[in-house]
Design a protein around this ligand. Structure first.
Ligand SMILES: Nc1ncnc2c1ncn2[C@@H]1O[C@H](COP(=O)(O)OP(=O)(O)OP(=O)(O)O)[C@@H](O)[C@H]1O
Ligand SMILES: [Mg+2]
Length: 406
């Protein structure tokens, strides 16, 4: 009997153990299921967040890449960490050439050596000066040229470290327009002044010239007084020429446009200069294909005379002036190359300034008038001095293809 009771108790205990282990297994499975669900939902959340982050990164990158303004990210010491495509276009550097280097490489030495407006210094020590609405600074391109730009800087802290984002807006176009406006305003004033001079001075001068000539006829020929009178008349003529030049510069006439064979016109102009003793040993060679420009032959003659005379003077009246004519796209290009000494950089930047001259008898109105006349034709003029020597003046005028617009 006792062994029977023991057997029943043992089997009961066994059954309880089996039940207990089944319950545990069930609970464990339920726990694992709950854990798996939680894990899956967490993974989904992480995936969604990662996708959001990727989207937001892509959006941010596309904004930075497509921005019209240059964007430069700097570390706390002014080291460049990021440089967007607009900054590449602005400065001419590739990204790998600037990343890791100091931002001062983007500014002229005036800024980064002596001047206390050093950007890196402003950023690191005097942040308040530059963070905010920004200010105008000068940028330095890879090719060494400088340009005006507006710089605004924002400060941020990433991982406990300061970073600066500089937004760089190119001001070249605005500065150019402002300069043109200033020039136009002063030219308008000069025009008014020239008109007054023409009226108030030219006519009395013509009267004085006539009177002096009459007195001259009454003096014994070849006498000392007759020579003085001839000298006075010559000086009055020079004054009249200056007045004419001033008027032409201040109020250039509206060009009467027609198709002009440029090579032929340059040759005809050079022939006019043959009589000038200063041109006796100067040869003018015209090369290139036949090209026609849309221009006013009389005004273009004035342009060509000025350029040829300048070249002749530079060569001290001896040598060859090569003139090459070509049609380039819609323009007609005429390049005057002389064998002179070239133009020093400090002179070159002033040659289009009215009354600037390096000659004893120059008026300094030649090139400014040439530019005014070419611009009246919607053309351009540029002057370059190749390292091999000499000066190349390149004129571009609207070409034959634009004649349909006539
Ligand atoms: N081809 C050239 N080679 C060297 N220097 C030049 C050349 N053309 C112009 N220059 C420089 O530019 C200056 C200005 O030229 P611009 O023709 O305006 O006046 P100018 O020749 O001095 O006087 P003018 O009014 O009589 O022409 C000259 O004095 C000269 O120094
Ligand atoms: Mg001249």
């Amino acid at each position: 009997m006792a062994s029977f009771i023991l057997a029943v108790a043992a089997s009961g205990f066994l059954a309880w153990i089996v039940w207990l282990s089944a319950r545990n297994t069930r609970r464990q499975r339920q726990g694992a299921d709950t854990l798996r669900h939680a894990n899956e939902s967490l993974e989904a959340q992480v995936d969604a967040s990662a996708a959001d982050l990727r989207d937001s990164n892509a959006r941010l990158r596309s904004i930075i890449d497509c921005a019209v303004d240059g964007i430069v990210v700097l570390d706390a010491h002014g080291g460049i960490e990021a440089f967007n495509p607009a900054a590449v276009r602005l400065f001419g550097y590739e990204v790998h050439e600037v990343v890791g280097r100091n931002v001062n490489m983007l500014m002229p030495s005036l800024y980064n050596e002596e001047h206390d407006t050093s950007l890196a210094r402003d950023l690191v020590t005097g942040v308040r000066k530059i963070v905010g609405p920004g200010r105008e600074v000068t940028g330095l391109r890879r090719d060494g040229t400088t340009f005006p730009l507006h710089l605004s800087v924002g400060k941020m802290t990433v991982g406990g470290e300061q970073r600066f984002t500089g937004i760089l807006h190119d001001l070249s176009a605005r500065v150019r327009i402002e300069k043109q406006l200033r020039e136009q305003t002063s030219l308008a004033k000069l025009g008014e002044m020239a008109a007054v001079i023409a009226h108030e001075v030219k006519n009395p001068l013509a009267g004085v010239r006539g009177a002096i000539q009459i007195i001259g006829t009454r003096l014994p020929k070849d006498g000392k007084d007759a020579r003085i009178v001839t000298e006075i008349v010559a000086r009055i003529d020079t004054l009249n020429e200056l007045m004419k030049d001033l008027l032409l510069f201040a109020r250039p006439p509206q060009p009467k446009l027609a198709l002009v064979d440029v090579g032929t016109l340059v040759m005809a102009t050079a022939n006019l200069l043959r009589g000038d003793p200063a041109f006796e040993q100067v040869e003018v060679r015209v090369g290139g294909g036949p090209a026609r420009a849309l221009g006013d032959a009389e005004l273009l003659k004035i342009v060509f005379v000025n350029l040829l005379v300048n070249a002749g003077h530079a060569m001290k009246g001896r040598g060859t002036i090569h003139v090459s004519v070509a049609s380039i796209a819609e323009m007609c290009q005429i390049a005057f190359t002389d064998e002179g000494p070239g133009i020093p950089a400090d002179v070159l930047e002033k040659i289009f300034t009215p009354f600037f001259t390096t000659k004893v008898r120059g008026s300094g109105l030649g090139l400014p008038t040439v530019r005014r006349l070419i611009e009246a034709h919607q053309g351009t003029i540029s002057v370059a001095c190749p390292s091999a020597g000499g000066t190349v003046v390149t004129v571009q005028l609207p070409g034959e293809r634009l004649a349909v617009a006539l």
